[in-house]
Design a protein around this ligand. Structure first.
Ligand code: G
Ligand code: G
Ligand code: MN
Length: 412
């Protein structure tokens, strides 16, 4: 079953617009789309006419866009789409050199557009089909940073009232698809504003000296769940995000050790996930604290690998035992050769450095199969399960936690 069918709709339901200044190319692509059973197809010979259509009727699922056109080019068109808040999928194609296509893809992603792939001309129907099949509409986020207005007072009250709770997202072993661990992700259950995601409140906590309090609140609840789960599954582990701001506390290793021992949890059942981008800010203190965490048996994981600035030097400098490849190199890597190259070389690098390698952001079977091919050890993402509350994870673990968590169509 593919991702599109899993979402409850299939190719013929999609509305697709194709824009190219070459009539023969338009006909060829729209012919390929018709052969897939797609009926709602609009074609335009130039960007201006296409934009006029968008203004009349913005309900297009996928836009297939040529880069080089005489009236307005693909890049100007992308800018106009951003201004219109276009939320559909964008598939870029061009007869230009691959590098240009790639750069424009990066630009479109940087604009926040939902890029679903790139294709070189002439467009191979099979590749077009694969990209369309992998299309998943972007889900509206529960909230985006800044979209929910929260005040510092509200955050202080939430911490005091323990309204910030851990959610758990499974990590499975790629080799046998069994459950190995979970990542803890903080969620604020706001009585009036609903569930608030950490991108909104973690920076506020960091900027206002509340991050340590918040960390201990989340860790305390998460450790209590872990102790319960380890009673029946002694190998089960947790990954917890640790803000770089907390590495400025010299007593962090002791406090963490005390909390673990309070719940009877060995330190090596805990993996601390640290995002690399700010690691170099206070290098002496960071080295001190990380080395001592490591001496006590905690594992350290370099999170969002590939998105920071000096990832490679940090790998040799700090005592990491796990590398998490950022989801931007995992999701859709089947259709993005540069992402796939980064996924594969990161996995090779991790092997050489004897690090466990985790791929995050696996959203569909195509992503899963790339991760398997690259040789990753652990996998995490919506394809396996979304983050869930402790209670839900309890139930999920009981139902699915034994044996293979997912079924893939091509057996390992
Ligand atoms: O959970 P997503 O579900 O939205 O998390 C977004 C980001 O917030 C992640 O990159 C993660 O590193 C960070 N995050 C989630 N929970 C915590 C936490 O308990 N502490 C810190 N410092 N960061 C967290
Ligand atoms: O700490 P880190 O940045 O790795 O946090 C993981 C983030 O990724 C969280 O915000 C989590 O909710 C999110 N996430 C987990 N699985 C997926 C996935 O399959 N796709 C996407 N887009 N996000 C995911
Ligand atoms: Mn993380």
């Amino acid at each position: 079953m593919n991702a599109v069918l899993e979402q409850g709709f299939c190719l013929p339901d999609l509305s697709i617009m194709v824009v190219d200044d070459n009539r023969a190319m338009l006909e060829m692509i729209s012919g390929s789309l018709q052969r897939e059973g797609i009926k709602n197809i609009s074609t335009y010979l130039g960007g201006n006419d296409a934009l006029a259509h968008f203004k009349r009727d913005p309900h297009i699922d996928i836009l297939i866009l040529d880069l080089n056109m005489p009236d307005i080019d693909g890049i100007q068109m992308l800018r106009a789409l951003v201004a219109m808040n276009f939320a559909g999928g964008v598939l870029l194609f061009s007869g230009e050199e691959g590098r240009i296509l790639k750069t424009v893809q990066n630009l479109a992603c940087a604009y926040g557009l939902h890029v679903i792939g790139t294709l070189a001309k002439p467009v191979p129907p099979r590749q077009l089909r694969e990209i369309l099949l992998a299309y998943t509409p972007r889900k509206p986020k529960t909230n985006v940073p800044g979209a929910v207005n929260i005040t510092l007072e509200e955050l202080q009250a939430a911490i005091a009232q323990r309204n910030i709770v851990p959610y758990f997202q499974p990590k499975i072993l790629v080799k046998d698809k069994s459950l190995a661990a979970a990542e803890v992700l903080a969620r604020w259950l706001h009585p009036a504003k609903g569930l608030i995601l950490p991108d909104t409140f973690i920076p506020l906590a960091e900027e206002n000296g509340l991050i340590d309090e918040l960390t201990w609140l989340v860790y305390d609840q998460a450790f209590s769940c872990l102790a319960k789960w380890r009673a029946t599954d002694p190998d089960f582990r947790l990954g917890l995000n640790l803000s770089v701001s907390s590495l400025g506390r010299v007593d962090l290793p002791e406090k963490l050790e005390q909390l673990a021992s309070l719940y009877g949890i060995p330190c090596d059942a805990i993996k601390l996930e640290i995002t690399e981008s700010r690691l170099m800010q206070n290098i002496v203190m960071t080295l001190d604290v990380l080395s001592r965490l490591c001496l006590k048996g905690f594992h350290l994981s370099i999170d969002d690998f590939g998105t920071g600035y000096s990832s490679l030097s940090q790998l040799s400098l700090f005592p990491f035992s796990e590398l998490k490849i950022d989801r931007s190199f995992v999701h859709n890597s089947a259709f993005n050769p540069a992402a796939r190259a980064i996924l594969e070389t990161s996995a090779t690098l991790a092997k050489k450095l004897e690090l466990t390698i985790v791929a995050e952001g696996i959203e569909n079977e195509e992503d899963w199969s790339q991760v398997k091919k690259a040789g990753c050890d652990l996998a995490q993402g919506y394809f396996i399960a979304r983050p869930m509350s402790g209670n839900d994870f309890d139930g999920w673990k009981m139902l699915k936690g034994k044996g293979e968590i997912i079924q893939d169509s091509n057996a390992t």
